[in-house]
Design a protein around this ligand. Structure first.
Ligand SMILES: *Cc1c(COP(=O)(O)O)cnc(C)c1O
Length: 422
């Protein structure tokens, strides 16, 4: 396998051979597959083996890989210019489109990753409220900036890192962490830190400990607490934005956030993040206000056109969200049937085009219950699926994402692969 050779070489020059730890197959063992090309719902590795893709670049490729419209837009833009570091019309076009698609966004600032978006949104919330403490939830991931890594999900959970080295205690002293879906504990934190909480940041549908569904009323509970205590409610929609609905989780659950962060789908596969919200808060950002935030390549024209083209397709064909949900439901029913025949404990969580399996018998509603899964079963399942041509996230602390390019035949093949694998 060429991947083995390429991985060996990569490790000589890149720490662990990867530029993001979740790619390293550490939880499942073995060699990460090196990819060569992708089209629609499929990936092709360096040996030419084909996979049905359920990672989709960890979310962005919602309309499928190398969509002709996105490729064409990128080609045209590349011939015009790759980067200026000066304002372009493309930035306004994408910003305007987003304000039309997403509720409660008066102003939006583009950055280059979800990490930057969350980091900047927190700074803004702190600057706006003149407070420093904030609340986050165990197993939620808001990128790799210092303040958020405490009890984070995704790769931090996968690698089982309990104490993140390199982060001064003083920097996380104001990070208050509690359990998701627990109505009481978050209220207690507010009561104990009255008039000190700048913000609550939440993945409205957590996807970085597998997929977890908010309990009915929980997001509204957070909204009410933020209102009562004067804190900024930040919805981290890096994963859920433009995936769960045209207007994201805010639209789906009918909850108004004060600030919203984006990433993943918003760039259509190029490095883009953004944060936006109410004019009153967003006007605190430089150059309008004194909360500083900047970026040499922010609003890069190639990234803007890839995002604009992708979001336009979603905006013009919102039935995509319904069709994705039906496909995901079909997949769940098929996999459930296969797994039910075996004597295996499993829990499947699903919403929209997000789905995950935990090999445990308990309900999965927070990080503790998400951690109860049997890793040996997951490991075996993952590798057999890979062998059978299905590319799943290499950790139970990650969500599978479906793309609209998937056909029902692909889904049947996935269910058959599951039958063979289990
Ligand atoms: C992926 C993710 C991030 C970080 O985005 P990057 O682009 O990887 O920096 C932040 N929040 C959530 C919810 C994510 O899923």
């Amino acid at each position: 396998m060429l991947s083995n050779k390429l991985f060996e070489e990569a490790q000589q020059y890149i720490p662990g051979g990867v530029n993001s730890p979740v790619r390293a197959f550490l939880q499942v063992g073995g060699t990460p597959v090196f990819m060569k090309s992708a089209k629609g719902a499929y990936l092709f590795d360096v040996d030419g083996k084909k996979y049905i893709d359920y990672i989709n670049s960890w979310g962005p490729m919602i309309v499928g890989h190398s969509h002709p419209k996105v490729v064409e837009a990128l080609k045209q833009q590349a011939e015009q210019a790759v980067s200026f570091g000066a304002p372009t019309e493309q930035e306004t076009m994408l910003a305007k489109l987003i304000t039309q698609m997403v509720p409660n966004i008066d102003l939006i600032r583009f950055v280059n990753s979800g990490t930057e978006a969350c980091m900047s949104a927190l700074r803004l919330a702190r600057g706006y409220t003149n407070r420093s403490k904030f609340i986050k939830f165990e197993g939620h991931y808001h990128g790799h900036s210092d303040a958020f890594l405490k009890k984070a999900g995704s790769g931090v959970a996968t690698l089982n890192i309990k104490v993140n080295a390199g982060i001064p205690a003083s920097v996380v002293a104001d990070t208050l962490v509690t359990s998701f879906n627990d109505f009481e504990s978050v209220e207690t934190l507010f009561r104990e830190n009255e008039s000190e909480i700048a913000a609550v940041i939440v993945e409205p549908v957590p996807g970085n400990m597998g997929c977890v569904i908010p309990k009915p009323g929980y997001l509204q509970h957070l909204r009410n607490l933020c209102n009562k205590y004067g804190a900024v409610l930040i919805f981290d929609e890096v994963m859920t934005g433009f995936r769960l609905a045209r207007g994201g989780a805010q639209e789906l659950f009918n909850i108004q956030a004060d600030l919203v962060t984006f990433g993943k789908v918003i760039g259509g596969g190029l490095p883009v993040g953004a944060f936006g919200g109410k004019k009153e808060i967003m006007s605190k950002i430089a150059p309008l206000g004194d909360v500083y935030q900047a970026g040499t390549l922010s609003g890069n024209p190639l990234a803007m056109v890839a995002g604009y083209t992708t979001l336009s397709m979603l905006n013009e064909n919102p039935q995509i969200f319904g069709s994705l949900q039906k496909k995901t439901e079909y997949l769940e029913i098929g996999i459930r049937e296969v797994l039910s025949k075996k004597n295996l404990p499993f829990t499947i969580n699903r919403i929209g085009s997000m789905i995950s399996i935990h090999f445990c018998s308990n309900e999965v509603t927070d990080f503790v219950s998400a951690s109860a899964g049997n890793n040996e079963i997951f490991k075996n399942f993952f590798h057999k699926m890979l062998l059978n041509g299905v590319y799943l996230p290499p950790s139970p602390f990650e969500t599978w994402f479906l793309s609209d390019a998937l056909t029902y035949q692909d889904l049947d093949e996935t269910i058959q692969a599951c039958q063979k694998s289990i």
